[in-house]
Design a protein around this ligand. Structure first.
Ligand SMILES: *Cc1c(COP(=O)(O)O)cnc(C)c1O
Length: 224
């Protein structure tokens, strides 16, 4: 696609997000994170040039490589994948805008130590395993509020801003919806939470209908 065709294509994605959010309320604002994990730096640049600023990666090394390659642009980098303990320092040195995938109290405690040593604050979301799937990371829904509170109390350098979840892996829309509703209910119970990150290319309209205010769109943003 050339730039004009690409812009028309992206406008269509934005229109879909817009329609979904307006069905919730005119005051319901949804932020789009363009997930660039399958895309090259030049594809990211193309999308930036038509107005997209926030990008998401799921691996520390890819985030680092792309952030370096594109350092001339004021991009906002989101880490959406799970974080291994041995990568924490590399990760923090990239100064990400938001970490979506804090998935255990143990990782929070390790992060807290490194953050304190670097005198840094990290904006973070607690990942919830809403459909209790073995293949997924995240805190179990029944433990989520307690863990959220405990991190708030014990980890002053982790600034918890809300929750993140991946919709249930199912063909059944009702099951996916239920997983989003579970996440949203937790989000509403967490003290001070303002971000509910849920919805990907295949299910973002449903996620927004269930209360998501941050969608992570990969394939649909990059025409993959
Ligand atoms: C890859 C990924 C996405 C985007 O997936 P698409 O289906 O391509 O939109 C969103 N969130 C997470 C955590 C991902 O790993």
């Amino acid at each position: 696609m050339n730039t004009t065709e690409y812009k028309i294509y992206i406008d269509d994605v934005i229109r879909r997000v817009e329609n979904a959010r307006l069905k919730v309320s005119p005051h319901h604002i949804v932020k789009i994170i363009a997930v660039s994990k399958y895309s090259t730096a030049s594809e990211i640049e193309k999308l930036y040039k038509i107005g997209q600023r926030a990008f998401g990666e799921n691996k520390v090394q890819d985030l680092k490589a792309k952030a370096q390659e594109l350092e001339a642009y004021p991009l906002e980098w989101h880490m959406i994948g799970n974080l291994q303990k041995n990568k924490i320092n590399h990760f923090l040195d990239l100064h990400p805008a938001l970490f979506h995938a804090l998935d255990s109290l143990e990782l929070a405690q390790e992060l807290q130590k490194r953050l304190e040593a670097k005198n840094m604050i990290l904006d973070t979301l607690l990942q919830i395993n809403s459909a209790k799937e073995e293949s997924k990371h995240g805190v179990m829904p029944e433990l989520a509020c307690g863990v959220y509170k405990q991190i708030q109390n014990e980890c002053p350098n982790i600034n918890l801003k809300g929750v993140m979840s991946i919709g249930a892996h199912s063909e059944d829309k009702e099951i996916i919806k239920k997983s989003f509703e579970t996440t949203y209910a937790i989000y509403k119970q967490c003290n001070g939470a303002t971000i509910c990150s849920m919805g990907m290319s295949g299910d973002f309209e449903l996620a927004i209908a269930c209360g998501s205010n941050m969608v992570r769109l990969g394939s649909v943003m990059f025409d993959k």
